[in-house]
Design a binder for this molecule. Structure first.
Ligand SMILES: [Zn+2]
Length: 477
């Protein structure tokens, strides 16, 4: 797995900086995300697409481009570990938005098979303007699939064929989804282990979070039902009682409704640390990561500031209209319930983090309400801090942790010699206040400096591309 992902990561992206070009960031404050300290008065020397030196006494070679970074803070390039860029031509405005906001790498989480192949080929062409992208297969799901772009896998025998197909097509990992049956899911898990291709995604409804972790799933996306249930006292028991009542008495029987009510109120009461502990301990032991995508939950019940956000100029008009009407139609009681669920999600993420579960920053940038491509990562980091992570740990969720998750910590995730030159230069210290992550002075993507002028050009290009972009109705079945 590691080898495949690394090869993909090293592929020529963002126009391939000429290998001889040298760039020196001088007098910089370098944020060491491993140790959690700021190193002052450093020079970061870049040659081609690699960092070659970081230090106080680094000599700047004649002919190198010098960028005075006095008073600035240099952090590793950010990663968005959950995006869907490969539908409806969305890459054309997403890619410049990622780079302009310091998001130099993303993990694509699935789309139609042919769109994935098309945009993967496009991203790899020199000068494509794409960030680094780690590519998921289409969502492997049960039949019928949850989304029209899902890839239905009806049984265990065909699970093996699906894993084979996706590996041959060159995807970096497999995405698993909600409706996979137990047998099919376990067959995918066994086959992907045998073939050395990782799988990640939702915890299917037929599995508990602990079982999926034991099966080797590399990451859990979102706070899905499985995780919520794992953190609800007597969650499994209440779900079981409801399922049995529905099966024997039918969905409309009083006792079925009663069982559902008990399950709902237990979930609404929120996660409890004692209930979560065994599942989180297993995730830590197995190395299962969590991508909470708090930005999605936040966008479901957007505060007023988000509804009037100037970043809406980067959203296709038809999609922005859909977000607005969805927001306007929300009933007060639903809003209240969603806010409670959001607070519960924050608590759960805080508990997971304290238990030692590795957290990945991901936004689900696609057509999710009020989730903005690129800058959504800044929102996600602020939400992770609200969930109880320190600014340093939130920053790690978008830098060091993705590098470790990808088995690429020797190339990514830190500002150090030998690493790929993906950097963000900030006007203020993100460890003092995570919101400083929005104060971008410049970006270095694969060794290429994206200064204020180039950023403005990328943003104008993204706004124009978004204004032209169409949008399809939700593809959920
Ligand atoms: Zn997603």
């Amino acid at each position: 797995m590691r080898r495949t992902v690394l090869l993909a990561l090293l592929a020529c992206v963002v126009g391939c900086a000429p290998l001889s070009a040298q760039l020196a960031l001088t007098h910089a404050n370098v944020v060491d995300v491993e140790r959690g300290v700021v190193l002052t008065e450093r020079t970061v020397l870049i040659s081609g697409n690699r960092i070659v030196a970081v230090g106080a006494g680094v000599r700047v070679p004649a002919g190198a481009r010098v960028q005075d970074a006095r008073g600035k803070y240099v952090i590793p390039g950010l990663w968005d570990m959950h995006v869907h860029t490969s539908r409806e031509g969305r890459a054309l405005h997403f890619w410049p938005l990622f780079l302009a906001h310091g998001v130099t790498g993303v993990r694509e989480m699935g789309s139609y098979l042919d769109s994935l192949q098309h945009w993967r080929a496009a991203a790899r062409r020199p000068g494509s303007g794409a960030p680094r992208i780690v590519w998921s297969s289409p969502m492997l799901d049960g039949v019928p699939t949850s989304w029209v772009h899902g890839y239905g896998v009806p049984d265990a025998a065909r699970a093996r064929a699906a894993v084979d197909t996706m590996q041959r097509l060159g995807f970096d990992f497999l995405k698993v989804y909600e409706r996979l049956s137990r047998d099919t899911y376990l067959a995918i898990a066994a086959e992907s282990k045998r073939r050395g291709i990782p799988f990640a995604g939702h915890v299917p409804r037929a599995m508990t979070a602990m079982e999926a972790s034991d099966a080797g799933q590399r990451s859990f996306e979102h706070i899905t039902n499985a995780l919520t249930l794992a953190c609800t006292p007597r969650g499994a028991e209440l779900l079981d009682a409801f399922a049995k009542a529905r099966e024997s008495l039918g969905p409309d029987a009083d006792s079925t409704r009663g069982a559902l009510g008990r399950l709902r109120s237990a979930v609404a009461a929120g996660p409890e640390e004692d209930a979560c502990r065994p599942t989180f301990a297993r995730m830590v032991a197995n190395g299962t990561w969590l991508t909470p995508t708090l930005a999605v939950t936040h966008g479901q019940v957007p505060p007023d500031a988000l509804v009037a956000d100037p970043r809406l100029r980067f959203v296709p008009p038809a999609l922005a209209a859909r977000w607005r009407s969805g927001h306007a139609a929300a009933r007060p009681e639903d809003v209240q319930f969603e806010r409670r669920m959001e607070a519960n999600a924050w608590r759960l993420v805080g508990m997971a983090h304290r238990a030692g579960v590795g957290i990945l920053a991901g936004t689900d940038a696609s057509d999710e309400a009020y989730v903005f491509a690129g800058s959504g990562v800044h929102d996600e980091l602020a939400l992770l801090v609200r969930a109880g992570l320190s600014p340093l740990d939130a920053l790690r969720a978008a830098t060091l942790n993705p590098a470790r998750y990808l088995g690429a910590a020797d190339s990514l995730g830190t500002v150090a010699p030998g690493r790929l030159a993906d950097l963000v230069i900030l006007d203020a210290n993100p460890l003092a206040d995570i919101r400083n992550i929005t104060r971008i002075h410049a970006v270095v993507a694969n060794g290429r400096l994206i200064d204020a002028r180039e950023r403005a050009r990328l943003l104008a290009h993204a706004a124009a591309a978004a204004a032209r972009a169409g949008t399809a109705p939700p593809a959920r079945r």
